[in-house]
Design a protein around this ligand. Structure first.
Ligand code: ADP
Ligand code: MG
Length: 581
């Protein structure tokens, strides 16, 4: 079979260059990525074998094997999982499907220092490509379960890769790294040392539910040129040894598991390289038993608002992985939550359709949503900074729940916060949002409503003539700038008995009863005085406005356009138009 040479897609090439030049300081994590991929491949194979009797695949001893060869300076991570077809190799390994890549690369180039770059990489997660941090050549030999021919992929990471068809490849995937010489010389980064490998597996991959075995090292040649390999601690075990405990973290008691262990599990299931913002545990006992281990990420992913965004809840049944992205377990407005739910009493053969209708699943869904919301509520008082991060990253998504989750509406309002005229942004441009509770506590005597104005930005709203009277009277106004704000303000009637009221709609009455009466008589007088002018203006403008009236809301501008209390706002009208309605 001829060897074909392909070019990496542009984005892939750029990313590889960054890997080769190691902008990421913690090179050790490449092993975690390879093991994570192998584990996914084993999950997929078991599932496929379960669903498809005709799949000719050996599932009797699913495992991951790591092999080091000091002489050849190679490290191999092998699995007997699902494998990849020829086309899958080209598609999955040669390109980067994520549409946020171009933006990511641009930001990466502009990153000021190494740690900023690391943060960005973490958000992106470079998976398989991280091998090139430690290897100057990577070879991947794979055969998809059920297929007869295998595929060998090889690259030095410099622009091109080769692919050839192989007749006698074992089922699954083996990734072999030819390690960079400088690393092999540095004991700290010597990935041909079995001890190093053991340490890394223990640290990053202990919870993986498949055995990770260290293959027995080939016997060292008797005459060792350097005479170095004889040090006792470098002697590898002759029998394959299982390096990980394989214990499911969610099934262990809370005080038995360290934060680091939780974080590594999070990285495995989320493909995020950063630690999560929050870890949430839930153990449900009784007739329907299940355990959940949920994570709130520290950053919103690029594609959170794109169609087809994958939700991050994995479903297990009695420790057996059943599916990724189990949307039946989490409402859409909590789609950023990642984690594992392990149920005791579900069939291993459940399908997505069945799950949507299952009553037990619906109960779990409700309970999990409530648990996430109550965790955020606790975070507000226990750790305001963490809450601020969460809200900045995910507030826009959470507010969607005000429209879709009637049961939890009050809970969502309770954890929401909004930019406000009460507090200016900090010097570096960060909003200091207020909660509705805080707003209500600051309300003036006689103020009955929670006032807000929607618009594109703080600046646009602050420049609106509608704001003048409120500014003059020192009445706080919430500044709502997210698209979703346009919609929920109309749907949600009140918070704590106070209605939401746009400062741009209908009559607004500010001030105490007395002041209002005074203004009323004053307006009555003016009304008579200007009656002629007003009716003339109404006639002149009859095509464009319903009515022309005197206003007490302006202090500087001569006139402004006001909508009726029940009209759609201009921004909402734009949104509907954009949606083709
Ligand atoms: P991610 O794991 O986040 O999808 P990776 O870069 O780690 O990204 O891997 C890219 C894809 O290559 C995987 O999604 C998977 O489809 C495929 N892949 C990688 N390693 C293996 C493997 N050992 N067995 C089967 N498929 C694999
Ligand atoms: Mg991966």
């Amino acid at each position: 079979m001829p060897t074909e040479t392909f070019e990496f897609q542009v984005e892939a090439r750029q990313l590889l260059q960054m890997m080769i030049h190691s902008i990421y300081s913690n090179k050790d994590v490449f092993l975690r990525e390879l093991v994570s991929n192998a584990s996914d491949a084993l999950d997929k194979l078991r599932l496929e074998a379960l669903r498809d009797d005709s799949l000719h695949a050996d599932v009797s001893d699913l495992h991951i094997e790591i092999e080091v060869d000091k002489q050849a300076r190679t490290l191999t991570v092998r699995d007997n999982g699902i494998g990849m077809s020829h086309d899958e190799v080209v598609q999955l390994i040669g390109t980067i499907a994520n549409s946020g890549t171009a933006k990511f690369l641009k930001e990466l180039k502009e990153a000021e220092n190494a740690s900023a770059a690391e943060g960005l990489i973490g958000q992106f997660g470079v998976g398989f490509y991280s091998s090139f941090m430690v290897a100057d050549e990577v070879t991947l030999l794979t055969r998809r379960a059920g297929e007869s021919q295998g595929t060998r992929w090889a690259s030095t990471g410099e622009g091109t890769y080769t692919i050839e068809t192989v007749e006698d490849a074992p089922q699954g995937t083996a990734v072999t790294l030819r390690l960079k010489p400088e690393d092999t010389e540095d004991r700290l980064y010597d990935y041909t040392s079995p001890w190093k490998i053991k340490e890394l597996v223990k640290r990053y991959s202990d919870f993986i539910t498949w055995p990770i075995r260290m293959a027995a090292e080939p016997p060292a040649p008797s005459a060792d040129a350097d005479g170095e390999a004889s040090a006792a601690e470098e002697q590898a075990p002759r029998e394959p040894e299982t390096l990980n405990s394989m214990k499911a973290l969610w099934a262990r008691s809370r005080d038995e598991v360290t934060d680091d262990e939780y974080h590594e599990l999070y990285k495995h299931i989320s493909h995020d390289w950063n630690n999560p913002l929050e870890v949430i545990r839930l153990q449900a006992e009784g007739t329907f038993e299940y355990q959940a281990l949920l994570f709130i990420p520290a950053h919103a992913p690029q594609d959170l608002f794109m169609q087809g965004y994958q939700r991050g809840i994995q479903l297990y049944v009695k420790r057996v992985f059943i599916m990724d992205d189990c949307e039946a377990l989490m409402p859409p407005y909590l789609r950023f939550v990642k984690g594992v739910v392990d149920a005791q009493d579900l069939s291993l053969n459940v399908s997505r359709e069945i799950l949507q209708q299952d009553r037990q699943i619906q109960l779990m869904h409700r309970r999990l949503a409530k648990k996430v919301l109550s965790t955020v509520k606790d975070m507000m008082s226990a750790n305001p900074e963490r809450y601020a991060t969460l809200w900045a990253e995910f507030g826009r998504v959470l507010k969607e729940g005000l429209l879709s989750d009637f049961d939890n509406r009050d809970a969502i309002l309770g954890i929401s916060s909004f930019a406000t005229t009460h507090s200016a942004p900090t010097e570096d441009g960060k909003e200091q949002p207020t909660t509705l509770r805080q707003y209500v506590e600051r309300m003036k005597d006689g103020q009955e409503h929670i006032f807000y104005l929607t618009g594109e930005s703080r600046q646009a709203i602050e420049n609106s003539p509608h704001m003048e009277a409120f500014r003059a009277k020192g009445i706080e106004v919430l500044l709502l700038t997210d698209p979703v704000d346009e919609v929920w303000v109309d749907a949600v009637p009140e918070f704590d008995g106070k209605q939401f009221r746009s400062v741009a709609k209908g009559e607004v009455d500010l001030g105490t009863e007395e002041e209002k009466k005074e203004a009323e008589t004053e307006r009555g007088k003016q009304q008579e005085e200007y009656a002629g002018l007003l009716s003339w203006m109404s006639q002149q403008l009859s095509e464009t406005v319903k009515e022309v009236r005197l206003s007490s809301r302006l202090t500087v501008s001569p006139a402004c356009i006001v909508s009726d209390a029940h009209d759609v706002t201009p921004a909402l009208a734009n949104m509907y138009r954009a949606m083709g309605q």
